[in-house]
Design a protein around this ligand. Sequence first.
Ligand code: 6CS
Ligand code: FE
Length: 302
Amino acid sequence: MQDFYPSRIAPKPEWIARKDPVIHAADRSASPVGVEAIDAFERDGFLVLEDVLSGEEVSALRREADALRSGRRELDPKSLITERSSGDIRSVFAIHQQSEVLHRLATDDRLTGLARHILGDEIYVHQSRLNYKPAFRGKEFYWHSDFETWHVEDGMPRMRAVSMSVMLDDNHAQAGPTMFVPGSHRSFIACVGETPENHYLTSLKKQEYGVPDEDSLDRLVRETGIVAPAPRAGSVVIFDCNTMHGSNGNITPYARANAFFVFNAWSNRLVDPFGGRDPRPEFIAHRRVDAPLGSRDRRKAA
Ligand code: 6CS
Ligand code: FE
């Protein structure tokens, strides 16, 4: 399959103009969040949806997140990623497959209806994870485009995926919220450096390959700045697969957790990784998916 976004090949960074639409919906007036919000998402590459979940829903999700991190649950040990320094759990992957509560959230129409609209297709979960940024010791996530990794290391052909981050705690500007560069989703920054074998064993703790060079980051930020939404618990921050983002460490007493779901268009299912390495394990990038999300239920309902 043609590689529209070659990366980690050339000896120096390259900027490639995005070849895919941001909003694939045929009729934007059907947007579940209104046309203005969808236009803003297209312009900025991210969107904050306040108060999507009720207080009760958030409390139930927070209890589930604590249970998943407590060691009291039978989880795939590979899906638990710990902080290098403290050993604290940094992420739990494949949460929609390991928790009934989180599976319900991953298939909640408030998320999936919007994802289908943006992607203009049936969808499935490419990746899900619980991100914990512990108090006092939360580590940073360096700047990156998710799509660059998902294209090179997972074989995601086109930019037709959207991430949804559900806030389980109130976010604070000082506690390392996710930062976005508005408009950065319109340029694909090809990175330099060859992907190491089994890169995921280190990249999920501290990503050092597939990260943009400082000149490109400087140029991106000079054009449109940095925005770091810090919404309340129950809010959802959605962002395009190619929006440049990262987060600082957290030395405040405010711990924060978010449940993160990546919806990919059914027509954009993974092929062989464009970086030529073996595909990453199933818990990080789902390949064994036999039907779009919810299609079984919708077929039954029909
Ligand atoms: O490699 C990945 O798929 C994950 N890494 C980061 C830093 N963001 C996207 C994704 O969760
Ligand atoms: Fe990311």
